[in-house]
Design a protein around this ligand. Structure first.
Ligand SMILES: Nc1ccn([C@@H]2O[C@H](COP(=O)(O)OP(=O)(O)OP(=O)(O)O)[C@@H](O)[C@H]2O)c(=O)n1
Ligand SMILES: C[C@](O)(CO)[C@H](O)COP(=O)(O)O
Length: 229
């Protein structure tokens, strides 16, 4: 089933403390964002990649994409101050039909086998997200004092891709703009429409590279995958 994908890549990577956009860091000899885009480049169901970028990185990104034979990028759109604004900027450039995925450039280990069930769930239900059961106990706190232990069996650690019927996602973004609402994922905007969101169980390899230690987790994931070959 065909889809298009928005890949937000316009962050600064502050928490990675690398002094540059973390999606340009290399894992196993390739930039993080190339690992990510390769998955969609190789997926015949992916009919177009739309990138939110930092304009000052455009030339370098295009050179790297050419070197790696990534040919499906349809548009390079300037990102915004927040992840949500970057995605909204891109949405206005996407063909307004079918299923649209949003996937973080900073999540290079998405398993291609998970994309079809996610797209099918979004086609059937309107919206679907990848998530994994939380493994740690989660508590709410006031400062450093525990306020509440959150019951774990109903908790999920949400990932990307997140998949939507295009019209639903666009309506959600328009409402968030009208209401001046800022969310940390796209599904939180869609939930505000009263739209049901289906969870598709993902896997724990699909980490978001966020802080320095995530880079050695990344090396371990690559090694595990190479051993399987
Ligand atoms: N204004 C922003 C912020 C983030 N992103 C992208 O959204 C994804 C998830 O964001 P995050 O992990 O928070 O990346 P950064 O914002 O770069 O990280 P930090 O918050 O540490 O600066 C990343 O691929 C990032 O490039 C984006 O396109 N535009
Ligand atoms: C969208 C996301 O990856 C789902 O877990 C996450 O919310 C992004 O958070 P970030 O702080 O913008 O990286």
């Amino acid at each position: 089933m065909a889809y298009q994908v928005i890949i937000p890549a316009a962050g600064q990577g502050k928490r990675m403390e690398a002094g540059k956009n973390k999606i340009l860091l290399e894992v196993n000899g390739l930039p993080v964002f190339i690992h990510t885009l390769n998955v969609f480049q190789k997926d015949e169901s992916c009919k177009g990649i739309f990138l939110a970028i930092n304009p000052e990185e455009e030339k370098a990104l295009k050179e790297i994409l050419d070197e790696n034979h990534i040919t499906k990028v349809v548009a390079f759109v300037p990102g915004g101050k927040e992840r949500q604004y970057s995605i909204y900027n891109v949405l206005k450039h996407v063909r307004q039909e079918g299923i649209i995925l949003v996937h973080d450039a900073a999540r290079p280990f998405i398993d291609k086998e998970l994309i079809l069930p996610l797209v099918e769930a979004a086609n059937k239900n309107g919206a679907a997200i990848l998530a994994v059961p939380v493994k740690d106990t989660i508590k709410k706190a006031a400062g450093n004092i525990v306020a509440e232990t959150v019951e774990r069996t109903s908790l999920w650690a949400v990932q990307t891709p997140q998949a939507f019927r295009f019209s639903i996602l666009m309506d959600a973004y328009k409402k968030a703009e009208q209401d001046n609402f800022l969310g940390t994922d796209d599904a939180s905007l869609v939930e505000r429409l009263g739209q049901e969101i289906v969870i598709v169980k993902g896997n724990y390899d699909n980490i978001k590279l966020t802080t320095p230690e995530d880079m050695y987790f990344a090396e371990a994931i690559i090694r595990k995958r190479q051993e399987r070959l």
